[in-house]
Write a protein that binds this ligand. Structure first.
Ligand code: FES
Length: 105
């Protein structure tokens, strides 16, 4: 699985991940800036906010209520395509394009 991270300045980083890991873990392990993930993936910090490219959304699981609530606490306001990257699991087939917000804190 590959995740393409674009930062707020437009720099793209293509990262090979492992199926079963989250997008957040993949970013942190590869040193992708813009993902803070203060809570380590326990859905309590909202500093792993990403914007998912519209045509990729169908590859992802639907949002749970808790994620939806946490998205109201992000540093950069949520959009329709906002997700918390610790809730997005990589699958073998996944090819995902996300943009990281300007700030997470
Ligand atoms: Fe804290 Fe995702 S890492 S909510």
């Amino acid at each position: 699985p590959t995740v393409h991270f674009t930062d707020a300045e437009g720099t793209v980083r293509d990262v090979e991940g492992n199926a079963g890991d989250s997008v957040m873990e993949t970013a942190v392990r590869s040193g992708v800036p813009g993902i803070v993930a203060e809570c380590g993936g326990s859905l309590s910090c909202a500093t792993c906010h990403v914007f998912v490219r519209e045509d990729c959304a169908s590859q992802l699981p639907p949002m749970e209520d808790m994620e939806d609530e946490m998205l109201y606490g992000t540093a950069v306001d949520r959009e329709d395509n906002s997700r918390l990257s610790c809730q997005l699991r990589l699958t073998e087939e996944l090819e995902l394009f996300v943009t990281t917000p300007e700030t997470q804190v």
